[in-house]
Ligand binder design. Structure first.
Ligand code: NAP
Length: 343
């Protein structure tokens, strides 16, 4: 592969607001040589996640920041194009953390974020293996299994509901019998949630009267809040939490760009004897198979519809990440880098 170029995004400085080309430089490098125990993976699709922005900062999180001059971290699916490991052969489709580059090395000593071979045949198209059946879908499922536990007839509110985690959380909540209200940032997204994904109601948080609309959409209060954004909507929803209500802290992406934390009034949670708890999906890798099994079953039975926004070309990954923060995606945002070679 010595004449093949590996395009690589390297983090040159930590962004302060929107991510720019000065923060992430697209370089051209040689494809790595393999040692024993390694496989070479060609990236097919890259996952763009709200947390991608967090990983560029030096803020303490559940995972080390991307080092300056390091390859930008990113989940993805790829195809093995060369192998010196016994458990992977050329042609295998794999998922893991290839990073924002064309080619990466899957090392069998990497226990933190190992590549795993995807099932053959695939239960869903490749982009869905990063979305509804990937890390974001698994997060939605586990957030509800571990914390939200929506019951038949309860009211559940989901923020960033048209996004990757949110749309799955809402549909899984519906499958569990809850009345589900989605919050999203555009009227067409709200219409999609109700008309296509079966949400019971949806509210555009950019409307002047969003708080009144949430009140009208949750006449019996809120039993489960699946929170992806943080800020004024979370505050308002907590003011409507019911006795023994649960707030699933999936994320607070309104603060990942460095914005300060707004004041949160938690008194209604005390009155409700409520539970507010966060989770990190990577802590629960032992439950991924169960999650994919459950989500795959919902897809097969038509109760979980998969949604992706696909951006063409590795070179457009940086602008696509800004699009995520501008709300331009519906469902899982992925970058299409290459097509798989037939086996
Ligand atoms: P996503 O929901 O696909 O995309 C983000 C969406 O959020 C955008 O489309 C936008 O839609 C909305 N948004 C962006 N900035 C916003 C803001 N300032 N205020 C309100 N809404 C905003 O992204 P994702 O990767 O699936 O992540 C969603 C959340 O899940 C994040 O908080 C992330 O950290 C969390 N997450 C948690 C875990 C875990 O283990 N706990 C795992 C994965 C993801 P609108 O048009 O509606 O504004």
């Amino acid at each position: 592969m010595s004449n093949v170029v590996n395009r690589v995004f390297r983090l040159r400085q930590r962004p302060t607001d929107r991510v720019t080309e000065a923060d992430l430089e697209l370089t051209e490098e040689q494809v790595p040589e393999l040692a024993d125990g390694q496989a070479l993976v060609r990236t097919l699709y890259l996952s763009l996640d709200a947390s991608s922005r967090l990983w560029m900062s030096d803020r303490k999180t559940y995972i080390e920041p991307v080092p300056i001059d390091g390859v930008m971290r990113g989940l993805g699916v790829g195809q093995v194009v060369g192998s010196r490991r016994g458990d992977m052969k050329a042609g295998d489709l794999v998922t893991g953390f290839p990073g924002w580059q064309d080619y990466s090395v899957a090392d069998d000593t990497d226990n933190e974020f190992p590549f795993t071979v995807l099932p053959d045949p695939l239960p869903a198209p490749l982009p869905s293996m990063l979305g509804a059946l990937g890390m974001t879908g698994i997060s939605a499922y586990l957030g509800l299994e571990l914390i939200g536990k929506p019951q038949d007839g309860e009211t559940m509110v989901v923020t960033a509901a048209a996004g990757a985690v949110g749309n799955v959380a809402g549909q899984v909540g519906k499958a569990r019998g809850a009345r589900v209200v989605g919050i999203a940032g555009a009227d067409d997204k709200c219409a999609m949630l109700v008309d296509e994904l079966g949400f019971d109601a949806a509210v555009n948080y950019k409307a002047d009267d969003w708080a009144r609309q949430i009140d009208e959409a949750t006449p019996d209060g809120i039993d489960v809040q699946f929170e992806n954004v943080g800020g004024p909507v979370l505050n308002h929803c907590i003011s409507r939490i019911n006795r023994d209500g649960r707030v699933v802290l999936s994320g607070i992406m309104s603060q990942y760009g460095g914005a300060g934390a707004p004041e949160l009034d938690l008194f209604p949670l005390i009155v409700a004897r409520g539970l507010m708890r966060a989770f990190i999906v990577f802590d629960h890798q032992d439950r991924y198979a169960e999650a994919v099994d459950h989500l795959g079953g919902l897809v097969s039975s038509g109760r979980l519809k998969t949604r992706e926004t696909v951006v063409e070309g590795l070179q457009n990954t940086l602008s696509a990440l800004n699009d995520l923060y501008d709300g331009r995606n519906t469902g899982k945002l992925v970058v299409h880098v290459a097509d798989p070679e037939p086996n």
